[in-house]
Ligand binder design. Structure first.
Ligand code: HEM
Ligand SMILES: *[C@@H]1O[C@H](CO)[C@@H](O)[C@H](O)[C@H]1NC(C)=O
Ligand SMILES: *[C@@H]1O[C@H](CO)[C@@H](O)[C@H](O)[C@H]1NC(C)=O
Length: 509
């Protein structure tokens, strides 16, 4: 008897749900996923993400392949939620210009950055973006190059001890460089993460990112009601607390200094007064007056958005330079021509002249976008250029990986590493290339990131010859740009960015 009642209730529940979701179900029938992978009752295609031995990145690639074969759009069910997948720039442009609300999936960082602009709801994000955007002016960024170069010299010194040795993972070296540069340009503090790899801030930041990564790929842990019972939860909060306290202190000191009109600039060596992001924020928010909490949140947004992204990007460039010695030689030649002898400091004026290098970095971010997918929430019906209407209540996954490798956009050699394509060709569509996202909510730090990566990579390349971890990688005639990747909030190299280095001093180049 009880069983029967339960069964009937379940059927009713199911019918109500289907009635409520009828528009979404209709859309899903217009956008079928491939029959090869079944849509199971209740969980839908969610099982694709828990296949044994498969990384989430394998599933994102699969979704990209299916979308590419279906004119750049498909959809899949994750439990009761429908997600459309886009690899078509025309559709993506429309979505990224009209749907600015981030999907709940991206809000797991709340304990750390609270209402910080990057994942905040639109009504909080909009005024904050207006305050944040002007702090990324060209003059400010040019002044930051002094910091990038100073930190690059420290990196090169650290790397000296790894040269002429066996393979090693370069990622921690680059990410501590990134951390030091971001902390100095954002807050004006030098935490020396490169020299002090035990620094509590560095440990808390890395710890937070690890737990965040583990949680993000376990959908059943997304609800805080569930997650708070997990052993990792208190560690998660502990790391957030430490970082919050650290930044709080700096915010208090800087606010006070500015009120007192004191000297609060980063020491750039020469007499130029370089103001940090935090100082610019305090000044530019004077009218609406940011509270210390808001200042802390926005400061942490910079650290969170700017550290690992640039480190991953720069590390992928090193992997590819190692596998393409001809391209590495061309890059070195250009650096020598523009920046002179390897003892000459790299300056802001040099960076725009590194045109080929620019193309190499862009082509790397095309094949290996550190942020391979972004997810937006549909809130109003949206008509795509194809005439199809996306309905409220669905999630939209912009599959940047799939868009960047879409042969319909990039041609039959879409999977090949060919920097020249950024010199010869014009883009088929401005949204065809979007490692930094697109539209009103795109990355504010894209120029900062390009300048920081160029400075640090140029410093490494002029001092070391970069070799792949294994010799066979150089000679295998198959596509050398097919690196194994994994998903950990960002897309990373599955083998942890291993390379070998040789000092250039003894070379005749
Ligand atoms: C290679 C390096 C970088 C990549 C690939 C990258 C990529 C991205 C992407 C894809 C988004 C949009 C995310 C979404 O729509 O869900 C974003 C947002 C953002 N990024 Fe970056 N980023 C990089 C470096 C940086 C740096 C160095 C900074 C700061 C110094 C920065 C600051 C921001 C901010 C503030 C946002 C939020 C913008 C908003 O919501 O209005 N990023 N980034
Ligand atoms: C974010 O902002 C909302 C609305 O202003 C507020 O109610 C909420 O407490 C804030 N959340 C955090 C974590 O600060
Ligand atoms: C807890 O965090 C660690 C990383 O610090 C991760 O390896 C582990 O998988 C996490 N456990 C759970 C259940 O999320």
């Amino acid at each position: 008897m009880l069983w029967q009642i339960c069964f009937i209730l379940l059927i009713i529940y199911y019918c109500v749900l289907r009635w409520k979701n009828r528009d979404i179900i209709k859309l899903s029938k217009q956008l079928p996923f491939t029959n090869e992978y079944r849509c199971l009752p209740f969980i839908g295609h969610a099982w694709l993400f828990i296949r044994r031995g498969k990384d989430p990145m394998d599933t994102f690639k699969l979704l990209a392949d299916v979308a590419q074969k279906r004119n750049g759009i498909t959809s899949f069910w994750f439990g009761n939620n429908l997600y459309t997948i886009l690899t078509d720039p025309f559709a993506a442009e429309k979505v990224l210009k009209t749907s600015l609300e981030k999907h709940e999936l991206m809000q797991l960082a709340r304990p750390l950055i609270g209402n910080g602009s990057i994942f905040a709801p639109v009504f909080i994000w909009r005024p904050r973006r207006k305050v944040l955007a002007p702090t990324f002016g060209q003059k400010t960024l040019n002044n930051f190059v002094t910091v990038f170069y100073k930190q690059s010299v420290i990196l090169v010194n650290k790397l000296q001890s790894m040269a002429e040795k066996d393979k090693f993972s370069v990622f921690n070296y680059i990410s501590t460089y990134s951390m030091d540069s971001i902390c100095e340009t954002t807050m004006g503090v030098n935490i020396n993460a490169q020299s002090n790899t035990n620094h509590p801030v560095l440990k808390a930041f890395n710890g937070f990112c690890q737990i965040y990564a583990a949680r993000s790929v376990r959908p059943w842990l997304h609800s805080t009601a569930v997650y708070r019972w997990m052993p990792n939860y208190s560690t998660y909060l502990g790391h957030s607390q430490l970082l919050n306290n650290f930044v709080d202190k700096i915010v208090k000191t800087k606010s006070q200094e500015i009120k007192n009109g004191g000297n609060n600039n980063i020491q750039t060596g020469d007499d130029k007064k370089t103001r940090t992001f935090l100082e610019l924020l305090i000044e530019s928010s004077r009218d609406n007056g940011y509270t210390d909490v808001e200042l802390r949140e926005e400061t942490l947004v910079m650290v969170l958005a700017g550290t690992d992204t640039s480190a991953v990007g720069a590390s992928f460039v090193l992997l590819l330079l190692a596998r393409y010695p001809d391209i590495q030689d061309k890059v070195l030649q250009e650096i020598e021509q523009v920046c002179g002898h390897s003892d000459n400091p790299i300056r802001a004026e040099h960076l725009p002249s590194l045109k080929y290098f620019d193309a190499v970095i862009k082509e790397t971010l095309r094949l290996y976008p550190p942020v391979p997918i972004i997810v937006r929430k549909m809130e109003t019906p949206t008509v795509l250029p194809s005439g199809l209407t996306l309905v409220p209540g669905i999630g939209v996954v912009i599959n940047i990986w799939g868009m960047h490798r879409n042969p319909a956009i990039w041609g039959p050699d879409a999977d090949e590493f060919r920097p020249e394509r950024f010199i010869e060709d014009t883009l088929k569509h401005p949204a065809a290339y979007m490692p930094f996202s697109y539209g009103p909510r795109n990355c504010l730090g894209y120029q900062y990131a390009m300048m920081s990566m160029k400075t640090v990579l140029a410093s490494v390349v002029r001092n070391f010859r970069i070799l792949p971890a294994e010799d066979w990688e150089l000679n295998s005639c198959k596509n050398k740009a097919n690196l194994e990747v994994k998903f950990e909030v960002m897309m990373k190299h599955a083998d942890n960015f291993q390379i070998r280095l040789k000092k250039r001093t003894n070379e005749s180049t």
